[in-house]
Design a protein around this ligand. Structure first.
Ligand code: FPP
Length: 241
């Protein structure tokens, strides 16, 4: 599959709910964290493949505001993996020309992880081959509430006029400000839910639900989903052309 062209359009922004790590591991008699470890390896492959296929923005749902409810050992294991990923992949992401940004509320994350996140954002700020948006402690409702709170504060302080606030103005208060909405949202592992992922931004996205658990989701699967996307007729509420 070629990078974006008129006859073979590739979705510019692909967002992925990387689900099924736990089940992948459990089915193999392994601890859940083994599935997350394999999941990190898939992140590496899919970031590379997406860039090569011409995707300009890839958003990955790594940890939700609800994931804190998991057993403490699993949460601690995930934090260890994030820390390792941020340390180990940094040079590779710079080399690949990826610009990394994080969405979600970082304040509940361990301080050293927050530092690594800022460092990676700074180091990759000038890159433009692909933007990798990592949702870490992200929840769509949480994002909307934080935006509403900031809007209320700005209105009270006289910085904005509520009467003139429109959809574009509202979107500028979201974590994703400045990023186009996802064209395609993929969820792995055969579950048909969106789980609080980008509720505002995905209002007109196409959705693809694939049966593979995330550790089994390869670049070939991604390519297949992108080909199927190409056949869809996106109307954004209008009529067919
Ligand atoms: C869902 O599987 C996966 C997660 C909650 C964590 C996703 C994290 C990674 C793939 C690793 C790191 C990512 C980055 C960007 C470094 P699940 O545990 O909900 O699986 P289950 O539904 O089978 O239990």
């Amino acid at each position: 599959m070629q990078a974006s062209s008129d006859s073979d359009p590739v979705p510019q922004h692909v967002a992925i709910i990387m689900d099924g790590n736990g089940r992948w591991a459990t089915r193999r008699g392994m601890p859940r964290i083994a599935g997350h470890k394999r999941g990190v390896e898939r992140v590496r492959d899919i970031v590379e493949a997406a860039g090569n296929l011409g995707v300009k923005t890839l958003t990955l749902y790594a940890f939700s505001t609800e994931n804190w409810k998991r057993p403490i050992v699993e949460v601690a294991g995930l934090m260890r993996l994030f820390r390792l990923y941020l340390r180990k992949e940094s040079n590779e992401l710079v080399r690949r020309g990826a610009r990394v940004r994080f969405i979600g509320d970082p304040t509940a994350l361990p301080a050293d992880i927050q530092g690594l996140m800022r460092e990676l954002e700074d180091r990759t700020a000038a890159n433009d081959k692909i933007t990798l948006q990592v949702a870490l402690n992200y929840g769509g409702r949480d994002e909307l509430v934080r935006a509403a709170r900031q809007i209320a504060e700005d209105a009270l302080a006289g910085r904005i006029d509520p009467q003139t606030l429109d959809q574009d103005g509202f979107a500028r208060y979201l974590d994703t400000a400045g990023t186009a909405d996802p064209d395609l949202v993929i969820r792995t592992s055969g579950e048909y839910r969106t789980s609080n992922f980008l509720p505002w931004q995905s209002a007109y996205s196409e959705f693809a639900f694939v049966p593979e658990c995330w550790p089994d989701f390869t670049p070939a699967h991604l390519e297949r989903v992108l080909r199927a996307f190409d056949k869809r007729d996106r109307r954004f509420g209008a009529v067919a052309r």
